[in-house]
Design a protein around this ligand. Structure first.
Ligand SMILES: NC(=O)c1ccc[n+]([C@@H]2O[C@H](COP(=O)([O-])OP(=O)(O)OC[C@H]3O[C@@H](n4cnc5c(N)ncnc54)[C@H](OP(=O)(O)O)[C@@H]3O)[C@@H](O)[C@H]2O)c1
Length: 266
């Protein structure tokens, strides 16, 4: 039987690969044998992430400065990365933003920008990296969605984020339908709240509102989940590896939830 989780000979692009989740995914893929590159908008963060990843794995990582919301940049980076590596077989979309306002006060320009950064950017990377995967007859696309694509939050704030992640789920399914005939699988996974830079300010604000420390806030938030704690980004890495590896070669158009049980209790 083929080694189900071996990525030897494969190359991966992790968009958002300097971020809290993306960096761990990049590390895991390299440790599974893949050549890995990362991309996002801020060069210093990319450079620092590549240095950290090299120190952790002993492997070289390449980075590309790319705003995934700008199609010319995505097209150019897809071309460059495929030239540099020979073939990019795995694409992870771990970019994303969340801007929170009560629905009745949501500024429409900000709503549009979240939809662009979180949804349109995924179509653009899938389109341009997908064209090369089609030529190669093989590809694995892994989109990072959220439990918020499936269940809303009780309090206000997530109108744009929930709408965006719901759209990511349906975009994943439609891409799976269209790209499957070319040998490309497209799946997504939906984390619950995780302690990454994206959430730091939110945790600080919510803890201050409740008059407790961030640690106490996080403990309280996790207490009601079946697994009795909030997620760490590490909890999602196995799922990302599964969706990128031969183990999932006949799975496409699925959204799976490494969420400690959040979605099973709604
Ligand atoms: N943290 C959570 O609680 C949580 C829960 C569920 C789902 N998620 C999802 O998990 C994914 C990763 O988030 P994270 O928690 O790791 O957040 P993070 O640490 O803020 O990482 C997000 C990364 O995306 C990059 N990015 C944002 N917009 C981009 C764009 N237009 N083009 C290219 N790169 C862009 C950012 O880098 P630059 O700003 O330098 O470009 C950053 O490196 C996101 O899709 C997020 O929605 C997170």
């Amino acid at each position: 039987m083929k080694n189900l989780f071996d990525l030897t000979g494969k190359n991966a692009m992790v968009v958002g690969g300097a971020g809290g989740l993306g960096k761990l995914v990049a590390q895991a893929f390299a440790e599974a044998g893949a050549g890995v590159c990362i991309a996002s908008r801020t060069e210093e963060k990319l450079k620092a992430a590549c240095e950290d990843l090299k120190a952790l794995t002993g492997k070289e990582f390449k980075y590309y400065v790319m705003d995934a919301g700008k199609e010319e940049m995505v097209e150019a980076v897809a071309k460059q990365a495929n030239e540099d590596f020979g073939h990019i077989d795995i694409l992870v979309n771990s970019q994303g933003v969340n801007k929170k306002f009560p629905a009745l006060e949501f500024p429409m320009d900000i709503f549009d920008s979240v939809m662009h950064d979180d949804v349109a950017s995924i179509l653009m990377t899938c389109k341009h990296f997908g064209r090369y995967m089609k030529e190669n007859g093989y590809g694995k696309i892994v989109n990072v969605s959220s439990v918020r694509g499936k269940i809303a939050t009780k309090g206000p704030g997530n109108a744009a984020y929930c709408a965006a992640k719901g759209a990511v789920d349906m975009l994943t399914k439609q891409l799976a339908s269209e790209l499957g005939p070319f040998g490309i699988t497209v799946n997504a996974f939906g984390p619950d709240i995780m302690k990454t830079p994206m959430m730091t300010k939110v945790f600080e604000m919510r803890a201050a509102e409740a008059g407790i420390t961030v640690d106490e806030y996080l403990k309280n938030q996790g207490a009601g989940l079946p697994m009795r704690r909030l997620s760490d980004p590490e909890d999602c890495v196995g799922t990302a590896l599964f969706l990128a590896a031969p183990a999932s070669d006949f799975m496409t158009g699925n959204i799976i939830y490494p969420d400690g049980g959040r979605t099973c209790i709604g």
